[in-house]
Design a protein around this ligand. Structure first.
Ligand SMILES: NC(=O)c1ccc[n+]([C@@H]2O[C@H](COP(=O)([O-])OP(=O)(O)OC[C@H]3O[C@@H](n4cnc5c(N)ncnc54)[C@H](O)[C@@H]3O)[C@@H](O)[C@H]2O)c1
Length: 438
């Protein structure tokens, strides 16, 4: 610790185990990518922790280290991977199946990927309806939570992991609101014992992680840790958590553009977003229950950024719709269209069209890496509960109860970097800049 640090950051010594429920397209693209970068076969494009710099002090100070040199993060060579899936495929087979990366590239990574074989999953077809697989645990919900805790300890021992992080990259579960069973930790534990149908598989993983002292991130829109019971557990155990739903393709575009329209006080009549995608994620999202979870996180963004209550002349009653269509020929290569009807001076209408031919998992993989490394940093720094500074990565950032989330990606990045500056006792950057003109 340097004399200036605001928090005591334990060093990132030893191995960091990354545990992932769901060994599908995102997970295999993430792991294959890390293995490729480790072997010098590729650059970690899209990752803030690996490539971005951070300005320190005044603009005239010329201090802009890489983030990873400024703050102690686990190195890629120290990461070890494990996870769960309802299918028995190794990460190599799952990656071939996902067809995100080219076969020749995967061949070169066959050895490390084949070594990752999924543990038996906690699964409930009431929560993910379109798929089913054989690799699942049996027993009551409490039994399953205990089995997951055993898996975690086994993994810790057999991989010699000094620290662990869990990140949900499983399928999107059906939409549900917190019920009575989610109100307190006691209610939740009773619910596990009584097999309460309101407890989702992702919540059993999160519970097992938190009970085992493992930070938890949620890459999907499911409710998961966004409940009083699991928040209580995270705070009680001093464990950081964050979520929900990686901000990748269309919502990433939305949170780039919407703040700009608002900054210039341009009005909005409507924003119609539609997507086609053909991966397993797309197949699961065909189910109305899972789509509802996604729709909620995707729709929430514009209202918060545009603040129609503060700006009724510009944003009252704008029409906002989001559609996702499963279209198998496209695989992971999604196409997302946005038609945006805006208006300017004297109300004259204009249109913006976006056609984003993106690759979902290619956009998501670096976010998984950053979240794993930053959550581990948070844990080593004694930061507990919701990590709002990681909102940058999410479509529906978790916040303290009663607090609206910040969706503007430019504010989110400033919050993230200022948190790092604050941790190390550096001046926060306010962009006031009067000192240059004294
Ligand atoms: N790729 C993106 O850009 C992006 C962005 C935001 C959110 N997400 C979310 O990330 C998640 C993963 O996306 P993906 O494209 O890798 O999907 P995928 O369908 O390829 O992989 C998900 C995997 O989770 C497994 N699974 C489902 N329920 C499980 C359970 N209870 N326990 C263990 N495994 C389980 C499935 O068998 C599958 O292999 C999805 O929820 C998706 O909505 C992805």
């Amino acid at each position: 610790m340097s004399a200036r640090d605001n928090v005591q950051i334990a060093p990132a010594n030893g191995r960091l185990g990354v545990l992932i429920p769901g060994i599908g397209a995102v997970t295999t693209t993430f792991i294959a990518g890390v293995e490729a970068v480790k072997r010098g076969m590729a650059a970690p494009v899209g990752s803030l922790t690996q490539l971005a710099t951070i300005r320190l002090g005044k603009r005239t100070d010329d201090r802009t280290p890489l983030i990873k040199d400024f703050i102690p993060l686990a190195g890629l060579n120290d990461l070890v991977f494990g996870g769960w899936d309802i299918f028995e495929d190794s990460a190599y087979e799952a990656a071939l199946n996902a067809s995100v990366l080219e076969r020749t590239q995967l061949e070169a990574l066959k050895e490390p990927l084949s070594a990752i074989r999924p543990m038996k999953a906690v699964f409930d077809s009431e929560y993910v309806r379109r798929i089913n697989g054989p690799n699942v645990k049996q027993g009551s919900k409490m039994d399953k939570a205990e089995m997951l805790m055993d898996d975690i300890e086994q993994f810790r021992k057999s991989n010699g992991a000094d620290r662990l992080v869990m990140i949900w990259c499983g399928s999107t579960e059906v939409f549900h609101r917190p019920g009575a069973v989610h109100q307190t930790l006691k209610d939740f534990e009773c619910g596990l014992m009584k097999n309460d149908p309101e407890i989702a598989p992702s919540q059993i993983y999160a519970y097992a992680a938190l009970k085992s002292g493992v930070p938890f991130a949620n890459g999907a829109p499911n409710l998961t840790t966004d409940t009083p019971a699991l928040l209580e557990l995270a705070r009680e155990r001093n464990i950081p958590i964050c979520g929900k739903d990686f901000k990748t393709g269309q919502t990433f575009m939305k949170t780039l553009l919407a703040p700009g329209l608002k900054m210039r006080m341009l009005g909005l009549n409507g924003w119609f977003s539609t997507n086609i995608l053909g991966n397993r994620d797309g197949e699961v999202l065909e189910d109305p229950g899972s789509f509802k979870s996604k729709e909620e996180t995707k729709l929430s963004v514009l209202d918060q950024i545009l603040q129609p209550k503060l700006y009724p002349d510009l944003y009252k009653d704008f029409y906002h719709a989001v559609r996702i269509n499963y279209y198998p020929p496209r695989g992971d290569s999604k196409e997302g269209w946005d038609n945006i009807d805006i208006f300017g001076w004297l109300g004259y209408p204009m249109q913006i069209k976006i056609d984003f031919l993106c690759r979902d998992s290619i956009l998501a993989a670096p976010l998984v890496l950053d979240l794993v490394l930053f959550l581990d940093l948070a844990q080593r720094s004694g930061m507990r509960g919701i990590q709002e500074w990681l909102s940058f990565y999410f479509k529906a950032p978790m916040t303290a109860p009663g607090l609206y989330p910040e969706h503007d990606i430019f504010i989110q990045l400033m919050k993230l970097k200022n948190t790092l500056r604050w941790m190390r006792g550096e001046d926060l950057i306010t962009h006031l800049g009067l000192e240059y003109y004294d």
